[in-house]
Design a protein around this ligand. Structure first.
Ligand SMILES: Cc1cc2nc3c(=O)[nH]c(=O)nc-3n(C[C@H](O)[C@H](O)[C@H](O)COP(=O)(O)OP(=O)(O)OC[C@H]3O[C@@H](n4cnc5c(N)ncnc54)[C@H](O)[C@@H]3O)c2cc1C
Length: 471
């Protein structure tokens, strides 16, 4: 690529994509300049379509209804948002962010239509059109209330189930609400076709992945990793390793995640797919085994803990996720917190292997990992040992930052580029140091801390910050 292109992309990333306008507020989050500009443009376009050319309230209400249905169309593409994300090649975080804002605009426009109809319409008539209008507005209202971050975090499983039921109820109600021969009917039909198409593709892929003639279904085996007596420290977090044998293998790449269902864990809880990053994988003549690193929380993952060391029938949906080409950068800096390490291990595996086979230009990798306790390093010890053994060029440096430490240290491999620091983690200083000595272009990849039960889900396990500079 030309240096002109690098300068332009560097300028856009530096001034628009990365800077956050406000500090992160709990339950409200934060937004970058780019997100604010894009959202403002999108909302302004909606307002202009309703307001221009100048019209009566009745006309504006009708336009709001049509715009609401037009906005509804992209929301119907997401029976599995990860699939849409994969098709469009965008990050899960962008996909979820767009879904939320389009959803809010759809609801706001529908509410405007409802208010205008109430204002203009006089007495309520018990016709199928009016009743279905009330049902659609109520369903949208419930979707809005249950989607508020606080509610979502509190009742995540119920939120997901109710979201789908309410969306279908809205769709059916709108179908009965709008008069035939209106342009809105065409938009709605288009949306329904899109939803049917995406759902069909999704379920076909699911069947293809899980049902193989003459082979057993996927099997998951759960192994506890925390508090296994390796150190005297007590690990406050329960982390498990889940090995899954896959009936129909694929080429696993770093950055992929799957949705795991285990029917034995309950009809609603076990059958609903839960997303997890593929942390490790082994492929041999017997087939493919993928490994997940799972932190126990309060639902599916807590139930999983009760079934350790037993083979469990599982269903796998995926793989999803977009891959970042870290191998195109001279220096790769990875920053992980707690269970976030799960998303970095596959990239380390691929980068070291790519370096050994001279397929990438990366010459230095710095992994900075902050944990609560020192004993948590054992979650990934088996993989770190393998990666370090494989690192013949000594390109990997690991900087471990436990906030508290126990009596016994737990070292990985015999690598001399392993630093353990009990001082508070100063990422800025570490990055400055890396930038001053960097080799080639540098990329910094970070993973937000794993969500506690009351915070929002990680939109994407690996969020990458590209910082290309003109060379
Ligand atoms: C792309 C992606 C990759 C992930 N990778 C990992 C990983 O490698 N290791 C790991 O420990 N965790 C990972 N997570 C988080 C993990 O999916 C949730 O912690 C898990 O589903 C919680 O299940 P639970 O029923 O025990 O949650 P609950 O205890 O019921 O809820 C805890 C919190 O988990 C989140 N959550 C619950 N269900 C889901 C769901 N179906 N989809 C998304 N978030 C949910 C919500 O924020 C909720 O507040 C990942 C999430 C995403 C989106």
């Amino acid at each position: 690529m030309t240096s002109g292109w690098h300068s332009t992309s560097f300028f856009i990333l530096k001034h628009f994509v990365y800077p956050h306008l406000l500090p992160k507020v709990p339950f409200l989050g934060t937004a970058t300049r780019f997100q604010i500009i894009a959202t403002t443009l999108y909302l302004t376009a909606n307002v202009l379509f309703v307001a221009l050319p100048k019209a009566s309230w009745t006309e504006a209400g009708a336009r709001a209804a049509t715009m609401s249905i037009i906005n509804f169309i992209p929301l119907l593409c997401g029976p599995r948002i990860s699939l849409l994300t994969k098709v469009l090649g965008i990050s899960l975080q962008s996909s979820l962010g767009s879904h939320r804002w389009i959803g809010r605009a759809t609801i706001a426009l529908a509410m405007l239509h409802m208010v205008v109809s109430l204002k203009e319409g006089g007495r309520f008539a018990w016709t199928s059109s009016s009743v279905s209008g009330v049902v659609a507005s109520s369903a949208l209202g419930f979707i809005f209330i249950l989607s508020i971050r606080f509610m979502r975090s509190l009742l995540y499983e119920s939120f997901l189930n109710s979201h789908i039921i309410l969306a279908v109820a809205t769709l059916v109600a709108i179908w009965y609400h709008i008069p035939e021969k209106k342009a809105a009917t065409l938009f709605l039909q288009f949306g329904i076709c899109l939803w049917v198409a995406m759902s069909t593709i999704h379920w076909c892929l699911f069947v293809f992945r899980n049902f193989v003639f003459g082979r057993a279904f996927a099997t998951a085996v759960v192994k506890p990793l925390s508090n296994q007596g390796m150190t005297s420290e007590i690990d406050p977090e329960e982390v498990m390793q889940v090995d899954i044998t896959i009936p129909r293998p694929w080429r696993v790449r770093a950055g992929q995640h799957i949705f795991l269902s285990i029917p034995k864990l309950g009809i609603l809880r076990g059958l609903r797919g839960h997303p997890f990053v593929i942390t490790w994988w082994d492929r041999d003549i017997t087939g493919l085994t993928v490994t997940l690193l799972i932190k126990s929380r309060t639902g599916f993952t807590r139930e999983l803990r009760r079934h350790v060391n037993k083979p469990l029938r599982a269903f796998v949906d995926g793989p999803f996720g977009i891959r970042h080409n870290f191998g195109d950068y001279g220096t790769v800096v990875m920053v992980a917190t707690g269970i976030g390490i799960a998303g970095h291990i596959p990239y380390l595996k691929e980068l070291i292997s790519g370096y050994n086979s001279c397929e990438i230009i990366t010459r230095r990798i710095l992994l900075i990992w902050k944990t609560q306790r020192e004993c948590q390093h054992q979650w990934v010890k088996q993989w770190m040992d393998q990666i370090l053994q494989f690192d013949t060029g000594l390109i990997l440096e690991i900087s471990l930052h436990p906030q508290e430490y126990g009596k016994k240290g737990l070292a990985y491999g015999t690598h001399d580029k392993l630093n353990k620091s009990f001082a508070p983690l100063d990422v800025e200083w570490l990055l400055q140091k890396e930038l001053s000595a960097r080799r080639g272009r540098i990329i910094v990849s970070r993973k937000p801390p794993a969500p506690p039960a009351t915070s929002r889900p990680p939109a994407s396990v690996l969020i990458s910050k590209y910082a290309p500079r003109p060379q």
